[in-house]
Design a protein around this ligand. Structure first.
Ligand SMILES: [Zn+2]
Length: 133
């Protein structure tokens, strides 16, 4: 089954990286954005979804941290998936997501952000690795 994949089969990456983890991945693959050998399955990747893989780039110099690989056409039922159909509607202009679901950009400064989402910001800042400098 080398170099083959058919709709419904387990994607190669899930066989290559059997654990989806927040931690270190011993067998990372190449990032499609930065080119570094630092991509792993995201901890939120779901084994049962064989048409979509969630990825994470561990390169601290890469801004493409969270990514999704989605099969849009597979000769089977990919076109009937809700995420594929929604993406198609966005791509062809049928669905204006910003009009349908206006972004909530109420916090323009750090002070406003802390006032609006203080606990969430504090929780994320505690989890962030120390910055150099
Ligand atoms: Zn990257």
């Amino acid at each position: 089954m080398r170099d083959e994949w058919e709709a419904g089969a387990t994607p190669w990456l899930r066989r290559h990286q059997q654990e989806a983890t927040y931690g270190t991945q011993p067998d990372p693959v190449q990032c499609m954005f930065c080119g570094s050998q630092t991509v792993k399955r995201s901890a939120s990747d779901r084994d049962e979804d064989r048409g979509r893989i969630e990825l994470y780039c561990d390169n601290g110099l890469c801004d493409a941290r969270e990514m999704v690989l989605l099969v849009k056409r597979d000769g089977d039922e990919a076109g009937f998936r809700a995420d594929v159909r929604a993406l198609h509607l966005v791509d062809d202009g049928t669905l204006d997501v910003h009009a349908a679901f206006p972004p909530e950009a109420r916090s323009y400064t750090l002070d406003e952000l802390l006032a609006d989402h203080g606990k969430e910001v504090e929780r994320r800042m505690r989890k962030a690795p120390p910055t150099r400098g």
